[in-house]
Design a binder for this molecule. Sequence first.
Ligand SMILES: Nc1ncnc2c1ncn2[C@@H]1O[C@H](COP(=O)(O)OP(=O)(O)OP(=O)(O)O)[C@@H](O)[C@H]1O
Ligand SMILES: [Mg+2]
Length: 317
Amino acid sequence: MIDKKSAKKILSKFPKKNILVVGDLILDKYLWGEVERISPEAPVPVVDVKEESFNLGGACNVAWNISKLEGNVYIAGVVGEDYNGEILLNMLRDHKINPIVVKDKKRPTTEKTRIIAVSQQLMRIDREDKNKLPHNIQNRLLEEIKKIIDKIDAVIVSDYGKGVVTKKIMDFLVDTGIPIFVDPKPSNFNLYSGVTIVTPNKKEAYECIKKDRSIPVDKVGKEIMKKLGLENLLITLGSEGMALFTEGELIKIPAKAKKVFDVTGAGDTVVSVLALSKISGGSWIQSASLANYAAGYVVGEIGTAAVDRDTLLSLIP
Ligand SMILES: Nc1ncnc2c1ncn2[C@@H]1O[C@H](COP(=O)(O)OP(=O)(O)OP(=O)(O)O)[C@@H](O)[C@H]1O
Ligand SMILES: [Mg+2]
């Protein structure tokens, strides 16, 4: 599906590419601790926190994947006027990601906190506002995007359903004529018509057309494409790899992972590599295949990982 020589050529073009990621910025927070007693106040464990750490989540993880592959990356989204927003902005800059971020004082920065003790997640605490961005914030974000849009080679929409991806923003992006790669949220499917490609996982694909799992995946794919007027679609199938629909054909690409530790973020890696490869001269099959190798690598790493160009090339026989 992709040979080493073609991969080398495609990968060599990544560093000059300018990618804009638009979507929901998430701060992943981890509290690592120990449990030695049950609380006297309620029948719950008391966690003695030993360490705190942060990761780039949601659209920020897509941007991190691009940055790690040496693409020049901008990220457009919102944070709140809060401490978490500052942490996130600093982390983006530390990871060589250019933030185009509007602060909305009426919403908190989306934060997902995991409490981990005795090597086990005890709880996750979410702080977020999933309402659509108000019009004034959408307009401010669009103004910021317009300042850099002329140099952008591809847009990745990373929709986690937290309100940044709206009709107004999608219409603007589609009108630019720049290739648009969408990692979708099923409840927003009607917003994606006319984009270059959508990359749902299997569950999202079925949810999109509200069909049960007895319908074969090729039918589901064709229906999504018809509904959204798409020429290309990539359904990721977890341990079964991926199904690429292009030029009226369905091409199945088997999974490449040798070991599986943590599948979170695999979808982010897929859309990142797919976009970079396609605008670097790869065909759809070559680009999906390269994305499949990259995803196979990140699922074998502990935590949300990203792959660099040398490692990715080394995976191709
Ligand atoms: N268990 C697995 N074994 C082998 N490869 C896997 C496995 N899970 C995921 N992958 C690889 O990762 C790709 C994307 O996985 P998946 O379909 O689970 O995406 P996703 O659900 O969008 O992931 P995310 O957790 O990031 O949302 C697959 O196409 C495959 O290449
Ligand atoms: Mg996904």
